[in-house]
Write a protein that binds this ligand. Structure first.
Ligand code: MN
Length: 522
């Protein structure tokens, strides 16, 4: 396959902006940074890191990513407002390659009801915004929301004006997930034909309300678009965005049917990216999800297995190794030293400080005692567990649970709070409830468990399980995770992490403005 530059599809990842924006997927700055590092390893061309004006936390996260991540272009979102663009520009300042993405709307419904502007005023303000953005960087993207319900002639006029004002990427969002592939392809072809500004790249941003985000994105690149906006695991507002892994693997597998298109993504990093984002957000990937679901490469039916044994190509259009699923992840064991662990983590892309490595090594040795083999993903879990910046006010010192079909589940728990050690016991309807009741009693803080999910993060019977919880403490809903080879212990750790996060939040309250969220709609 010849890799003609004009056939390259730019992969614009918005996991940290659109993905993170959806309810329940909120990540803290450390988690965002880990995801950004992985996106760089994956070879995303552009990382939309956040919406800096939305909150001081968003600003800080974009700024930290801009400072730390090299390789991809780091992008920040901004409305047409001067203060949005200036804040985006400021947050991106340390980035080697940066982009400001400013947006307005294209449809009369949006302009009239939401933005309270005439079509002419919208063009004028969009042009001013693009020009201001260009004072911070030469790489400026412009989006008009709701293009699929907009007047095409008006869109052509609007996009031509902003391109002439200096926008280098013109993004065509299907904000409400309304388009059908043929129709969307036609819209893209129309705009490519009508907006005659040299060097400009057309982009698409599709939502999955009708399950068509990937199909629409492919129709768009066939019609001349050269950037796809997407997220890992397809997370995002409502039904989510175009899934990065599906779009990338479709282009790779069917480049023949797509006129030789290609992407710069290192597909072998797909599985790791998917697992990381799933773990960071607590959003479990459905088993039958294309590319990254647990069943995606499992051929269970007899006919399939027979065919596969004769020739893998009978039923397999991709091989698991393409997306980074290998049977040879076994890396380290009981006798591996601290230095070897550090070297291996480095190879995986984690750079730990000496004290961090000490903690990771202690956890690694503990894990080696519990399970025979330690996989890369186990190590990722270890590193992530300590990535949280929250001080561990309460830690688990000891726990014992009795449960069964004939007896009342009872938990004894010993918690540590600095020098203080407190032990208590309680009964519950199940072992998890019993433990949570003891933790509430000891800490004197009462939480209500709103959501609980369990995921095996590594394979085999001695796999590490991870519990994600959402706990409500007064008016705060706190999301947290905990992992262990024992799922009841993982639940206790997750609940304690939520409690510690809550106490941390409470202690910091008043120092920071409450984040203003949910204002982006691109
Ligand atoms: Mn969106």
């Amino acid at each position: 396959m010849s890799k003609d530059k004009k056939n390259q599809v730019v992969i614009f990842d918005t996991t940290l902006r659109d993905g993170e924006q959806c309810p329940g997927a909120t990540m803290n700055i450390h988690e965002k940074l880990e995801v950004a590092k992985q996106l760089a390893r994956l070879g995303a061309d552009v990382i939309e890191a956040g919406f800096p004006i939305a909150s001081p936390g968003d600003f800080e996260a974009v700024n930290k990513i801009a400072e730390t991540i090299s390789g991809p272009v780091i992008c920040a979102l901004a409305r047409l407002k001067e203060v949005d663009i200036e804040t985006a520009g400021k947050s991106l300042a340390p980035a080697a390659r940066k982009r400001i993405h400013t947006f307005s709307s294209g449809s009369d419904i949006h302009l009239r009801n939401m933005m309270k502007m005439t079509r002419e005023k919208n063009i004028e303000r969009s042009v001013t915004a693009v020009k201001l953005a260009r004072t911070f960087t030469d790489d400026v993207e412009y989006s008009a929301q709701d293009t699929t319900r907009s007047d095409r002639e008006y869109l052509a006029e609007l996009y031509t004006a902003v391109a002439e004002a200096g926008a280098t990427t013109l993004n065509i969002p299907d904000t409400v997930g309304y388009a059908i592939p043929d129709e969307f392809g036609e819209l893209v072809a129309f705009l490519v034909d009508r907006v005659k500004v040299k060097g400009v790249v057309f982009s698409v941003h599709c939502h999955n309300d009708l399950g068509l985000a990937v199909a629409n994105s492919l129709a768009a690149v066939k019609a001349g678009a050269r950037q796809i906006e997407c997220t890992i695991n397809g997370i995002g507002e409502r039904a989510g965005n175009c899934s990065l892994e599906e779009a990338v693997m479709a282009i790779r597998t069917r480049s023949d049917a797509l006129g030789g298109l290609w992407t710069g993504v290192n597909t072998k990093e797909i599985m790791r990216s998917s697992r990381l984002v799933s773990r960071m957000t607590g959003f479990v990937v459905q088993r039958n999800k294309a590319i990254v679901g647990a069943n995606a490469f499992a051929h269970e039916s007899g006919i399939h297995q027979d065919g596969m044994l004769k020739d893998r190509q009978t039923y397999e259009i991709m091989v698991p190794e393409d997306v980074g699923l290998t049977g040879t992840e076994l890396v380290l064991g009981k006798h591996s030293g601290r230095h070897a662990l550090g070297k291996h983590l480095e190879k995986m892309g984690f750079s730990l400080s000496e004290p961090e490595l000490d903690t990771a090594y202690a956890r690694f040795k503990e894990l080696c005692d519990k399970k025979k083999v330690v996989y890369d993903d186990d190590l990722v879990a270890i590193v992530q567990e300590q990535a949280a910046e929250v001080p561990q006010v309460w830690t688990l010192d000891y726990m014992q649970v009795t449960t069964g079909t004939q007896n009342v589940p009872t938990a004894t728990v010993r918690l540590r709070h600095g020098e203080r050690v407190v032990t208590d016991a309680a009964c519950g309807d199940g072992p998890v409830e019993a433990i949570l009741m003891v933790i509430d009693r000891i800490s004197g803080v009462s939480g209500k468990l709103e959501d609980f999910s369990l995921q095996a993060i590594t394979k085999g019977e001695d796999a590490v399980g991870e519990v994600s919880v959402r706990v409500r403490f007064e008016s705060d809903a706190i999301q947290a995770k905990g992992s262990s080879t024992d799922i009841v212990e993982a639940a206790a750790k997750a609940y304690l992490n939520a409690l510690n996060r809550y106490l941390f939040l409470k202690s910091r309250r008043g120092q920071k403005k409450t984040p203003e969220r949910g204002i982006a709609q691109v």
